[in-house]
Ligand binder design. Sequence first.
Ligand code: ZN
Ligand code: ZN
Length: 384
Amino acid sequence: MKDEITTGETSVADEQTRVGSTAKAYGTKAPTDPLAPLQIQRRGVLPHDVHIDILFCGICHSDLHTARNEWHGTTYPVVPGHEIIGKVTKVGNGVTKFKVGDIAAVGCMVDSCRDCEHCKQGLEQYCLDGFTGTYNDPYKHLGGVTYGGYSESIVVDESFVLRVPDGVDLAATAPLLCAGITTYSPLKHWNTEPGKKVGIVGIGGLGHVAIKIARAMGADATAITTTKSKTEDAKRLGAHNVILSTDKTQMQEHADSFDFILDAVSAKHDINEYLRLLKLDGTLTLVGAPEEPLSVAAFSLIPSRRSFAGSLIGGIAETQEMLDFCAKHNITADIELITIDQINEAYERLLKSDVRYRFVIDMASLRNQPDAMQSTHRPKNKLR
Ligand SMILES: [Zn+2]
Ligand SMILES: [Zn+2]
């Protein structure tokens, strides 16, 4: 009898999952198309699910890369967005961490195997089966791919939903869900603390948050930039020092002096110039992702036993720790709030680094739009 009941419950749950609800979203159906209104399906709330009405979503450079298929793995239509903050509007009957009315957040992941050696250590971002990305990853519940935060709502298992501390600026906190954790995790892993000299290369969406976090961790924080006009801004953001990397004298003065350098530059650059700034046993970690391979000279590493490393976002528990840390230290991103219909313009400006330092979409502007006429399914007569 017990089995029958279980089977019955499962099928009801399956039905709810399948039916779900439609949601307004913004996305694109082809790499060269602008982003436009779409209607997407969200699954119904399962016992451990949280349904969130999205209030704000940050725009990450990965969104643009994916929308335009620059990493060659995009399934269309794509709805980007993985810096999500919203209000909980429904919870499943097994949910323990959230209740209706809570402010909650979702970052770059919505699931993982939860069973491999990395997941068990809270390193879901390195799941051996590959974590499920918030957008453009195979979607086990409804088929197709996951749809991200450029949407009025999202449904996520509570294990992958974060608590947002009381009293924070919600719009300016949204970018922390990717830019914040991407920089917090390596800064912490490589022991950023008082007495350490830490460099941040590139003052952009990631770098500007990294400066604030490194300073709050107590390190001597140095911004390293190619842009002279960002020098003053770097100090305002909290950098103790700023090095203009195009100035050879300045670079020479700081040679062999850094414990750790976080490199957030996603354009091609000469990594050897920065490796030479590291002292004995120093590490340079990449979080920016240049498209072309970087060339590393052996003698940039050998003489001072230096390390060259990489790092990917952070686990769920660490993301929560980062949000709590940032709330405690009053850290948010510097943002420009836009409406959903400004998104294509924002993408163009992002390409020119013309934003200080993160665009965030006010999702009320999507909610208030008339219903999207287009669906996510292309009409058959347009398929050629
Ligand atoms: Zn991102
Ligand atoms: Zn796993």
